[in-house]
Design a protein around this ligand. Structure first.
Ligand SMILES: Nc1ncnc2c1ncn2[C@@H]1O[C@H](COP(=O)(O)OP(=O)(O)OP(=O)(O)O)[C@@H](O)[C@H]1O
Length: 516
């Protein structure tokens, strides 16, 4: 099964006929097989409509069943769209059917139609985007004049609704996939890779822009047998990334075995790692296989390697060099084929300097170091992770969670996250359990410093005007450029919209410039 087969499964049966493109009849798989980004999607729409229209302006919205928009994609010819709303009505998403809408005035009941009308749109042709259970979005062809869309065009667009849904789904899947799977041959993705995508990565590993360099390193090192040293504060995802490297390697079908070097009393570590023979020491009633043997052919993850006692460091070094182990009390050497991934939240260089870590083992492990940044160093990923954990917790506890209050997202983006992602996961879970409203609020823990409140000399002091400017810009971003109304920027900042507009003017902030 490949990505296209997955799309086929997700769409209603019989919605993907052969399609007619400019260059003759093609199968839908051929039409979207090479589709990789928004531009390709727009090019496809363009090629479908070109026989009927001179200029093509397309707007695509992806929304959940409540109408909350997760993506806007648009490419317009001769139209400049004003900032689009964060939500459309539930009815607009759920009951949407294909058809033409003539627009003569702003529609007070629909923020989308009002925005489009105010942007100069006078007619739109709507196509609901459907998977096999419900609508997941809509595609609109926009026109500046009435009576732009002839009957034949409407028929053609309706006929291609399945193809457009498939193409959009592919884009969404590509966005959801981790970077290292977004290779050129994605269209031919094989079964194993798809399993990896299904079973592990999207469900567990969220990667925003800030993690891209790390993902890139993981992708480079995964297929090799090189030893990897993962560093980073507690809760930054070292174990998750170790597992991801294993699953992206050729060892994926063999075991991934974890040893926490800090959790074991020193006298048990050797037996844990290398095993023992029956009677090797008091209490060794049976022969026991160690973690190295359990990981045969696979990967051994040595967590908190910095805590390993010095004598064990020497034994570990020997095993890594010789690629063979001896069980305690045994006389045979057993060859092992194991890839080592080690992790630490200590600075191993300092440990070496202090004489607590053997330099020779340090260099053995330091073949391919990957540093996982703390959450406060990758604030741009915070909203994405919050959303991910809220969705997981809502599923786990059977709660209806539509959104996290923008004011909470703003406050949490400023929070210093001493416990990193693990702390966030627990905080969001607690909030989902405690909140009854569909839009949950999450409070920043009391007594903790936010970035803004950090008084350390390394934080450059900002002028009052610059602080105000940045706060307003952030509020506008979270409100999707909206100044007025509930959850608009003025509401978030707890000031009157007119006051906000006056401050924006004074500080030279132009709303359209800062909408992402
Ligand atoms: N990029 C990510 N996307 C989604 N979840 C993540 C991500 N990174 C970490 N997590 C989650 O955060 C939690 C902590 O991650 P993990 O145990 O891998 O951190 P760690 O660095 O190994 O922590 P420690 O050093 O304390 O052992 C886990 O539940 C993990 O699934």
């Amino acid at each position: 099964m490949n990505l296209l087969a997955l799309i086929e499964l997700l769409l209603p049966e019989g919605t993907l006929p052969e399609i007619q493109l400019e260059n003759g009849r093609v199968d839908w798989k051929e039409a979207i097989g090479s589709l990789r980004n928004e531009e390709d999607l727009f090019a496809l729409v363009h090629s479908l409509l070109k026989p009927y229209l001179h200029t093509v302006s397309v707007l695509i919205g992806i929304a959940d069943v409540n109408g909350v928009i997760s993506h806007w994609w648009h490419k317009t010819d001769g139209l400049k769209l004003l900032p689009l709303p964060a939500k459309v009505s539930e009815h607009f998403i759920q009951d949407n059917i294909a058809g033409v809408l003539e627009m003569y005035a702003p529609d007070r009941r629909s923020a989308l139609q009002t925005t489009l009308f105010n942007s100069g749109v006078r007619e739109m042709l709507m196509v609901p985007l459907r998977n096999h259970t419900s609508n997941f979005g809509f595609l609109c062809i926009l026109a500046k004049q009435h009576n732009t869309f002839p009957q034949v065009l409407q028929i053609a667009v309706k006929r291609h609704a399945g193809l457009l849904s498939a193409a959009t789904l592919k884009l969404m899947l590509l966005e959801a996939l981790p970077q290292w799977l977004q290779e050129e041959d994605m269209g031919d993705m094989q079964g194993q890779e798809l399993m990896m995508y299904n079973d592990l990565l999207p469900a567990k590993l969220v990667s925003g822009i800030a993690l891209r360099p790390v993902i890139q390193q993981v992708r480079q090192v995964a297929p090799t047998d090189a030893t990897v040293l993962l560093t980073g504060e507690t809760g930054t995802g070292k174990e998750l990334f170790a597992e991801a490297i294993h699953l992206a390697s050729e060892r994926q079908h063999k075991s991934f075995v974890k040893v926490n070097c800090a959790a074991l009393p020193p006298q048990l570590i050797e037996s844990e790692l290398f095993g023992h023979e029956k009677g090797a020491f008091t209490g060794a009633i049976n022969r026991r296989i160690g973690k190295f043997e359990m990981a045969e052919g696979g990967t051994l993850f040595l967590d908190e390697i910095g805590e390993l006692p010095l004598d064990m460091q020497a034994k570990l070094l020997r095993v890594i060099q010789e690629k063979e182990i001896e069980r305690i009390g045994g006389s045979d050497t057993i060859p092992v084929n194991v890839r080592i991934i080690a992790a630490t939240n200590r600075t191993l260089e300092d440990e070496v300097q202090a004489g607590r870590f053997r330099p020779d083992l340090y260099y053995r492990l330091y073949v391919f170091p990957i540093h996982l940044p703390a959450l406060r160093e990758r604030r741009e990923d915070i909203p994405l992770l919050l959303q991910h954990f809220a969705r997981n917790a809502a599923l786990k506890y059977g709660k209806q969670v539509r959104a996290i209050a923008p004011a909470s997202v703003m406050a949490l983006t400023d929070y210093s996250w001493p416990g990193n992602i693990r702390e966030m996961e627990h905080m969001v879970e607690r909030a989902v359990i405690l909140n009854e409203a569909p839009q949950i609020t999450i409070d920043v823990p009391q007594g903790h410093k936010s970035y803004q409140k950090d008084h350390s000399p390394s934080m450059p002091l900002l002028t009052l005007a610059e602080t105000e400017r940045q706060t307003i810009i952030r509020a506008l971003r979270y409100a999707n450029g909206r100044i007025r109304g509930p959850q608009g920027a003025a509401d978030l900042l707890d000031i009157k919209p007119t006051t906000l507009e006056a401050r924006m003017k004074k500080l030279g902030i132009v709303k359209e410039h800062i909408v992402r």
